[in-house]
Write a protein that binds this ligand. Structure first.
Ligand SMILES: Nc1ncnc2c1ncn2[C@@H]1O[C@H](COP(=O)(O)OP(=O)(O)OP(=O)(O)O)[C@@H](O)[C@H]1O
Length: 507
């Protein structure tokens, strides 16, 4: 029945200049449900939720909220009705308390000043269930606590439909579990969620219904999740089941090319690590264990780190900064593409060739034809979806931005690559292509370090896993035959902590 639905979008079309992002899309979200929104990179998911949240106006189409027709509503109007979009970037003011953040924009002020006590009382009742102390400084919150605070702020402002765009980005497994439990509690109180994710397991775990966009069209609306499995979801998203890539480990390994020696930094102490030519090695460990930190140190992102990175037996100090690392043949993919990676106003072509200017320049001039060749090669390889090479990177969908960053990295023709969360935001089909690309790089002699929170993904693609505990490498094991559970066990038995391994996070 129509009054079962909180939101009803009909025949929605959205054009961005020549690009038709949505081609007559309809969507219905039930009251008190978690509704998944799936689709390939660039399928139109973010565009659709931005229209629902009033951030972007549709070119044509109709929308009803709680039965009421919505016309020309902006963000403020939609928030007043109870629709909130919670993005990956937590809108948190770090130097303020949790309570202040909760009240942001809605402070119960009289004659211009804030009544602290009243505010705290209001916040406390709201926060109690979420286990958040209102007096804590927001800067001390974990990523998941910040995301919870964002959701609470939406609720506090009267949120009835909360839209989460890839909310599990950067969350450990334990964090995800906590977030999902929180969402289920809120659903029981009739809050609805619209949930964008590229992870089939997440959709199957948390969603009641799912809708799938493909190339701007709705190809499955309101499918009941309990009737579906992972391959059915992949088939809806990319039109076929996904064949999971599994690296065939070459037993006759290459020579050791890279040797890390005597690396010391605050919280990091690695005596020696040998990496072979064409080897793919995974760094795994609990947050703060040193896995991510060593990756950053190798790329010159930890200026305080001391130590050596020898290449083919020739001693070299660790690079002092990324420019020196690049000159040494080292490339790095940041886990935070918005902060470190993209230059949103520059074109796709410029972003792709940014780190490889020597390859496309002659006597200091950028050769446009060399640039074009390089861009075309990667454009095809990654099936980048955008209007043209000249489009600003900021106008691309998140997953397509990630593809451009990967292109940029490969274009530097590196000899050692450090990949931090390489498939973040990338759809199920392209994810497997990225795995094949990394495998291919290794067959061309490039050594690769992978750091990912998805341990299953790591085990399918690496030759060995280096396990980090308390800033040291506690074990190095061949990936072949290891399970995700083994890696968790190793993380804990090595650190001698009496915590149940299966409930704790790894990177
Ligand atoms: N501001 C914009 N200007 C021009 N084109 C845009 C703009 N925003 C989105 N697009 C285009 O609209 C299409 C849909 O993008 P959208 O961000 O909605 O995809 P998505 O499904 O969210 O993808 P992803 O999974 O990669 O985040 C893409 O082709 C994108 O390049």
């Amino acid at each position: 029945m129509a009054d079962d639905y909180l939101i009803e979008v009909d025949d929605c079309i959205k054009r961005y200049g020549g690009v038709v992002a949505l081609k007559g899309v309809s969507l219905r979200v039930r009251k008190g449900s978690v509704h998944g929104l799936l689709g390939e990179n660039g399928a139109g998911k973010s565009t659709l939720v931005k229209i629902i949240a009033g951030i972007v106006q549709a070119t044509s189409g109709t929308m009803r909220f709680n039965g009421e027709e919505i016309v020309d509503a902006d963000v403020k109007a939609m928030e007043e009705k109870g629709v909130f979009l919670v993005t990956q970037e937590p809108m948190i003011v770090e130097p303020m308390t949790v309570a202040d953040n909760l009240m942001l924009g809605r402070w119960p002020a009289r004659s211009g000043f804030v009544r602290d006590r009243h505010m705290m009382a209001l916040a406390t009742s709201f926060l109690e269930e979420a286990n958040l102390d209102p007096r804590r400084l927001a800067s001390t919150l974990s990523v998941v606590e910040k995301r919870k605070l964002n959701i609470l702020r939406a609720l506090h402002s009267g949120g009835k439909l909360i839209i989460l765009d890839e909310p599990t980005t950067a969350l450990t497994m334990a964090d995800k579990h906590q977030l999902f439990t929180f969402m289920k509690q809120l659903r029981a109180q009739s809050v609805s969620f619209l949930f964008i994710s590229h992870y089939n397991e997440e959709i199957l775990e948390i969603c009641d219904e799912v809708s799938v966009l493909r190339d701007g069209q709705m190809i499955g609306q309101g499918q009941v999740v309990s009737h579906l499995d992972s391959s059915a979801l992949s088939e809806m998203v990319i039109g076929r089941d996904v064949h999971l890539f599994k690296r065939v480990t070459d037993e006759a390994k290459g020579d050791v090319v890279w040797t890390l020696r005597d690396v010391r930094a605050s919280g990091l102490s690695v005596d020696r690590l040998d990496i072979r030519k064409g080897e793919i090695i995974g760094f795994a460990g609990l947050p703060g264990s040193g896995a991510k930190e060593l990756g950053r140190a190798i790329y010159g992102l930890m200026p305080s780190a001391r130590g050596f990175l020898d290449e083919s037996g020739v001693a070299h100090a660790l690079p002092r900064d990324p420019a020196e690392a690049l000159r040494t043949g080292i490339a790095f993919l940041s886990e935070d593409r918005l902060r470190d990676g993209i230059i949103a106003i520059q074109s796709i072509a410029e972003n792709m060739t940014l780190s490889s200017l020597p390859a496309v320049s002659r006597f200091g001039w950028v050769s446009r034809s060399a640039e074009r060749q390089l861009v075309e090669k990667f454009w095809r390889l990654f099936a980048v979806k955008a209007a043209s090479h000249a489009a600003p990177l900021g106008s691309l969908s998140g997953g397509n931005q990630q593809k451009v960053l990967l292109s940029r990295l490969v274009a530097t023709e590196p000899r050692l690559v450090i990949l931090n969360e390489p498939t973040r935001g990338i759809d199920v089909g392209v994810k497997e292509e990225v795995h094949r690309l990394v495998d291919d790089l290794s067959h061309r002699g490039v050594s690769v370090i992978i750091i990912t929170s998805d341990i299953e993904e790591m085990l399918r693609i690496v030759d060995r896993v280096a396990l980090f505990v308390d800033g040291r490498i506690s074990a190095i094991e061949p990936a072949h035959g290891l399970t995700k559970e083994d890696v968790f066990e190793m993380a804990y038995s090595a650190s001698d902590r009496s915590v149940s391994a299966s409930h704790q996070p790894l990177h």
